[in-house]
Design a binder for this molecule. Structure first.
Ligand SMILES: *Cc1c(COP(=O)(O)O)cnc(C)c1O
Length: 373
């Protein structure tokens, strides 16, 4: 039987042909394709200013710089996310202040955030985990109350919506990822959505050496910008993807619904929260490890033997060496730690069939039943 990975991008021939055309055009780095992608994303997100970058990690770092966040500042962020979410805070010299997440939504708990506020808190960086939007009203009320910037890590959430409005079409600064594992790809790449066109101009400086030019074309450097500009070849992939994004996400929702129908194991897994506007970047139940004779690693290996790929998203960040060094340790964030121990990401990508989902559910059911304590 064909190996089923936990994710795989879907690229059509039109996109591949389009990339070949860009390669032949002689213009490979940032140019007309990047501009076209930014315009198409802006049209998708209700006309907001959008700037493309080489990754979401670059986008988050640039967003922090845009807010003037650095040494002496604190940024509130969930203890369970991809490492980039916290790393960028350290990289600009600020301190990540972790808060726990909800066991089922996997999203940052605002009550925990309230307890984490200090006079140094400058921003909150929530994650729309797996594509399930945060409660945006509660989030922005919280940010208003404490005078914080909001940098939304929307790496999982392109095409997600909250109360019918797309993530990134409103709010403060919103960062998307177009890594091949995400809901649409530019190979590597990302984009920032902002409210203020002046901030979009600043992103242009921060992503490309801080270079500006006057009317005569004389170059000036006003800030020590980095080098985070997207390539035209990558942008052309993104243009091909964006056309299919809503269909991709609709398919993801159907496949997730199938998992909810069919994944009935004994002992049962703890399934992720469902919700309107979810784009199902991934489907990640928690294994009932305390009722099993096997470890998570053994479960993953048993699935692999049956030709099924399983991922882990993600270990709790505060237990990484770089964050223990800030004083964090076991017991600080019980939900993040439990998710970190028990989570498994089952295959979910648009080209999958319902039969594929059924095969995954049957395999998981068999393995868990045989391992029951
Ligand atoms: C993938 C991911 C990122 C980083 O995205 P890149 O484009 O690979 O830099 C950041 N945050 C989260 C939650 C992610 O899943």
């Amino acid at each position: 039987m064909e190996y089923l990975p936990f994710t795989r991008p879907t690229l059509d021939e039109e996109t591949i042909q389009g990339v070949a055309d860009v390669l032949r055009s002689g213009w490979l780095a940032s140019g007309p394709q990047v501009k076209a992608l930014e315009e198409a994303l802006s049209a998708y997100l209700d006309g907001r200013p959008i700037r493309a970058l080489t990754s979401a990690t670059a986008g988050l770092e640039v967003a922090l710089q845009l807010c003037g966040i650095g040494p002496g500042d604190e940024v509130i962020t969930p203890a369970m996310s991809f490492a980039a979410t916290a790393n960028v805070i350290l990289r600009v010299g600020a301190r990540p202040v972790f808060v726990d997440v909800d066991l089922e939504t996997r999203n940052l708990d605002l009550k925990g955030a309230e307890a984490a506020i200090s006079p140094k808190t400058r921003a909150i960086m929530p994650v729309h985990f797996a594509g399930l939007p945060m409660d945006m009203e509660a989030l922005y009320d919280f940010a208003d109350e404490y005078g914080l910037r909001v940098i939304e890590d929307a790496a999982h959430a392109i095409g997600s919506a909250w109360q019918g409005r797309r993530i990134g079409s409103f709010g403060d600064i919103v960062s998307f990822s177009f890594h091949p594992n995400k809901n649409m790809t530019t190979i590597e790449g990302g984009a920032l959505s902002v409210t203020d066109p002046q901030e979009a101009k600043k992103i242009e400086l921060l992503r490309f050496h801080g270079i500006s030019r006057d009317a005569e074309g004389n170059m000036d450097v006003t800030v020590a910008g980095g080098k985070f500009n997207l390539a035209d070849v990558a942008a052309r992939v993104g243009l091909g993807q964006l056309k299919h994004l809503d269909a991709f996400n609709a398919r993801r929702r159907e496949l997730a619904a199938r998992y909810f129908d069919r994944l009935e194991t004994d002992p049962p897994c703890l399934l992720p929260a469902r919700g309107a506007g979810h784009s199902w970047h991934m489907f990640a139940p928690l294994l009932p490890l305390d009722r099993l004779k096997i470890t998570r690693r053994q479960f993953i290996e048993a699935m692999h033997e049956r030709g099924i790929g399983v991922g882990i998203h993600y270990p709790a960040m505060h237990l990484f060496t770089a964050y223990r060094a800030l004083g964090y340790g076991e017991g600080d964030f019980p939900n993040a730690e439990r998710i970190g121990r028990e989570t498994v990401t089952l295959p979910l990508f648009p080209a999958m069939s319902f039969d594929d989902v059924d095969r995954v559910c049957a395999a998981a059911g068999e393995i868990l039943k045989a391992a029951k304590q």
